[in-house]
Ligand binder design. Structure first.
Ligand code: UDP
Length: 336
């Protein structure tokens, strides 16, 4: 396969995927507006600063580089923010995908891997969620992912677009070389917040709800290593290249872990006490989201290499320690 355009390649999952693609011999060009991504995360490939909604940039990008396939990550991805500002989410995510698809059609690029989410599923949330679980997005963020999947389905039917939508469960962990990792500003995700607490950067971790109908009362998620997610994109490209049918795949480990289980595992990995404080439930959170990725395993040949939560946490811990070492130190008091 020739050159691959990765939109949002300076973000968390995008950067890990770009690094993996380059390591496996692909030529990559990253398009990112750096609104939430980081320039240092995009150092593995050719980098173009720009917005995926900008048709002029897209046109010149496709015209100047022989792009064979696209992986589309560029999107806003915070559920809470999407509830507060739905218009921004629909404009940014849906218009971005439409502009990209328009440019792909104009330049006859027909292969796309799309970054989707398990957030597209609706209740009931008990058991393992398969791809045919009812779709009922609970937030504007989730609705944008579902709308884009729907657009892809229609385009596949109408014009033969070859696409795979990857529905991630909870991405976690970091590159084993700690060259890239999770850096959100502001940080809202559980594992980075737990590890920042272990580092003493936060006084305590707030547990959002201990009254869920789960064994320990805290919410359950399926944490999947970001490198395993990255590998799935390469498997998806190979699948499409071999003529695989367009469709969506879940990416999860099928193992549900509660907030308390994550904190206890992080205490073991870091050796730090990690103080916690019980807080009310966070608006929009589900009790349980655990995925069945049998289809991805069987059809894409996807085999996660880092399913153990201690492994996930250890890579994240190495990354966060490295990030902390790079932070400007507060000046020491002058000696008397
Ligand atoms: N969570 C928590 N405290 C935090 C951040 C998250 O208790 O400071 C919980 C959150 O309510 C959810 C789980 O941890 O049940 C995972 O949250 P995260 O934001 O990492 O991912 P989400 O599942 O919301 O995409």
């Amino acid at each position: 396969m020739g050159k691959i355009l990765v939109t949002g390649g300076a973000g968390y999952i995008g950067a890990h995927t770009v690094k993996r693609l380059v390591q496996s011999g692909h030529e990559v060009v990253v398009l990112d507006n750096l609104s939430t991504g980081h320039r240092d995360f995009a150092r593995f490939a050719d980098f173009v600063l720009g917005d995926v909604r900008d048709p002029v940039i897209l046109d010149s990008l496709f015209a100047s580089r022989a792009i064979d396939a696209v992986i589309h990550f560029a999107a806003a991805s915070q559920v809470g923010e999407s509830v507060r500002d739905p218009l921004f989410y629909y404009q940014n995510n849906v218009s971005g995908a439409l502009a990209l698809l328009g440019a792909m059609r104009k330049h006859m690029v027909n292969t796309l891997v799309f970054s989707s989410s398990c957030a597209v599923y609706g209740p009931p949330f008990d058991g393992l969620l398969t791809e045919d679980h009812p779709i009922a997005p609970l937030s504007p963020y989730a609705a944008t992912k579902n709308m884009i999947e729907r657009i892809l389905e229609d385009m596949a039917r109408a014009s033969g677009l070859k696409y795979v939508a990857l529905r991630y469960f909870n991405a976690a962990g970091a590159d084993t070389d700690a060259e890239v990792g999770e850096r959100h500003l502001p940080e809202t995700h559980l594992i980075p917040l737990v590890l920042q607490t272990a580092l003493g950067q936060r006084e305590r971790l707030e547990i959002f709800g201990d009254d869920y109908p789960t064994p320990d009362g805290t919410a359950i998620r399926d944490y999947v290593h970001v490198l395993d997610l990255a590998d799935a994109h390469i498997s998806a490209l190979n699948y499409l290249q071999k003529g695989g049918a367009p469709r969506a795949f879940n990416l999860g480990n099928g193992q549900g872990l509660s907030v308390l289980q994550i904190i206890n595992a992080a205490r073991e990995v870091t050796g730090q006490p990690i103080p916690v404080h019980m807080a009310p439930r966070r608006a929009g959170d589900s009790t349980r989201l655990v995925g069945d990725a049998t289809l991805a395993r069987q059809t894409l040949g996807w085999a996660p290499n880092h399913a153990d939560i201690h492994d996930i946490l250890a890579t994240a811990w190495a990354w966060h320690q490295k990030e902390a070492a790079c932070l400007p130190q507060s000046p020491r008091p002058a000696a008397l």
